[in-house]
Ligand binder design. Structure first.
Ligand code: MSP
Length: 490
């Protein structure tokens, strides 16, 4: 039986269409999904959209649409972007899916019956212009960033989930890696938060109509987080049967940015503990992508959209450039200039040039010798002189530890090793001097190395891997330029 691997990204707020920062998680997840499939694991890769809440209600009203219409339109944008980035997801879950809503209601009812939800008073900052509560983090200089107005402190009746009572259990589970949090600095941060104690959380809003009504008090709807988390189960087709959890549950990996790690390592596992559902195995939080050193965000207006990058560099190159922004887990900055320089250096001159050179030499040899294949007369004399296994082991280890940036570095070290090998063996001189035996060995080595590269880059650049494969097999009609040089900045 193949081992299974269940991997998720966060479900994105449907009113913020995807930019490079938000696409970062999805591309990383896609790389991992493709890698595990190559390893013959049974993979389920879930993505989706988080569609409820006051912001959608308000945004829809502004443009004269119903919230559902806005959600439908924006979901299509997400799907289109993921398709254009070649994201191989297995399911796209929407929180407005009636089946998802039914499960959330069922879960709420159970928590209510178990006495884990109680009625209380919610106090928070409320922006009159937005007609919305704002968290402290959303305020800039104590003002609502949209309206530049100070919110008022408002109190309303609300329902609360008894999160505080799970503190000790969570601490134990996280400290012992029963729920693994990576990178380890993040695990320590979470443990520190737990040390300080947890407060019960408000799970309902009275004013927000666009949400799932509480089954035990229809005047209220659930607040975003309780609804959103259950996508990880409903996205697998779960309909709320506690005796039969989905085949792929528990998740092997929840991938996300660091801003939503805290809720994923407190509220989410506490809800699962409350319902006697096994916990996810691992949560990895990566850093933020900044543009010109400012957090990429639509409100600030400093965004790069994936489509813009694809137009300039192509799909695979964009995937490569995005994953090589920074060590996975740390923050990383981008600028068009750096992206363009990296594209030219690593792809046009690096990988693209290597492939073009090797295939050109194979062709030249064909013409000179009148044979179609690189044949080795005596297999015994072929010593594979490249430390491929060394690279491969390091590659596997890096991917296992989710070090995606390091994984790319390892592949590119191999590429520059091959460049040096070509310079050292000078096959063009071997052709000129008609030293065909030696030439065979060198070209064989290079072809074998390209085959390794095809395997190594496949999760990151699936289409490029396929193009190189066709080139190596001699199937391509004419040699393709994999990465044309880019000169102009946008
Ligand atoms: N809807 C919630 C998630 C619910 S999951 C049960 C949410 N959505 S989000 O659209 O705001 O964010 C989705 C993911 O994109 C988050 O992990 C978020 O941190 C990430 N990113 C959004 N902008 C980002 C950058 N500039 N850089 C890196 N990732 C960032 O939170």
């Amino acid at each position: 039986m193949n081992k299974k691997f269940y991997l998720t990204t966060p479900i994105y707020y449907v009113n913020d269409i995807p930019h490079l920062g938000s696409a970062y998680t999805t591309i990383a997840a896609d790389v991992l999904a493709r890698y595990h499939r190559l390893k013959r694991r049974k993979v389920f890769f879930l993505v989706g959209t988080d569609e409820h809440g006051g912001k959608i209600e308000e945004a829809a009203e502004r443009i004269g649409q119903t919230p559902q219409q806005l959600c439908n339109a924006n979901t299509e944008i997400f799907k289109k972007t993921w398709h254009s980035l070649n994201i191989s997801y297995d399911n796209f879950i929407r929180t407005t899916d009636p089946k998802h809503k039914e499960v959330v209601k069922k879960v709420l009812q159970i928590l209510w019956e178990k006495g884990l939800i109680y009625e209380g008073i919610y106090e928070g900052f409320y922006c009159l212009a937005c007609e919305q509560y704002k968290t402290k983090g959303e305020l800039i200089n104590s003002k609502c960033p949209q309206h530049q107005k100070k919110p008022i402190l408002l109190k309303e009746k609300s329902y609360f989930f008894k999160l505080s009572q799970f503190k000790d259990k969570l601490k134990r589970i996280i400290a012992t890696d029963q729920l693994e949090i990576k990178p380890v600095e993040r695990k320590n941060e979470v443990l520190k938060i737990l040390e300080q104690g947890l407060q019960d959380i408000s799970i309902s809003r009275q004013k927000v109509k666009w949400g799932i009504p509480l089954p035990f008090d229809q005047r209220f709807t659930t607040y975003v987080w309780l609804d959103a988390f259950f996508n990880y189960l409903t996205g697998l087709g779960w309909q709320g049967d506690f005796k039969e959890l989905p085949e792929f549950w528990p998740a092997d990996l929840h991938l996300m940015a660091k801003d939503i790690l805290r809720v994923h390592t407190t509220i989410w596992p506490a809800l699962l503990l409350a319902l006697d559902i096994p916990l996810p195995k691992k949560i990895f939080a990566h850093g933020f992508i900044t543009l010109n050193n400012q957090k990429m965000s639509k409100t600030v207006g400093n965004v790069i959209y994936p489509e813009e990058m694809i137009e300039k560099f192509g799909v695979d190159a964009s995937r490569y450039l995005i994953m090589s922004i920074a060590p996975f887990g740390q923050d990383g900055n981008v600028s068009w200039q750096e992206l363009t320089e990296k594209y030219n250096a690593d792809l046009a001159n690096g990988l693209g040039n290597l492939v073009a050179r090797v295939l050109a030499m194979v062709e030249k040899r064909k013409v000179e010798k009148g044979e179609s294949k690189v044949k080795i007369k005596d297999q015994k004399i072929v010593q594979y002189p490249l430390p491929v296994t060394g690279y491969k082991n390091r590659y596997e280890k890096a991917l296992k530890n989710l070090q995606l940036y390091e994984t790319l570095k390892i592949i590119w070290q191999f590429i520059s090793y091959l460049d040096k090998y070509i310079e050292q063996e000078k096959p063009w001189i071997l052709v000129k001097e008609r030293k065909f035996d030696k030439l065979e060995k060198v070209l064989y080595t290079l072809i074998q190395s390209l085959k390794e590269i095809i395997f190594l880059i496949q999760p990151f650049m699936p289409e490029t891997a396929e193009k190189i494969r066709r080139g190596v097999r001699g199937e391509a009609e004419r040699r393709e330029i994999l990465f044309p040089k880019v000169v102009k900045l946008p």
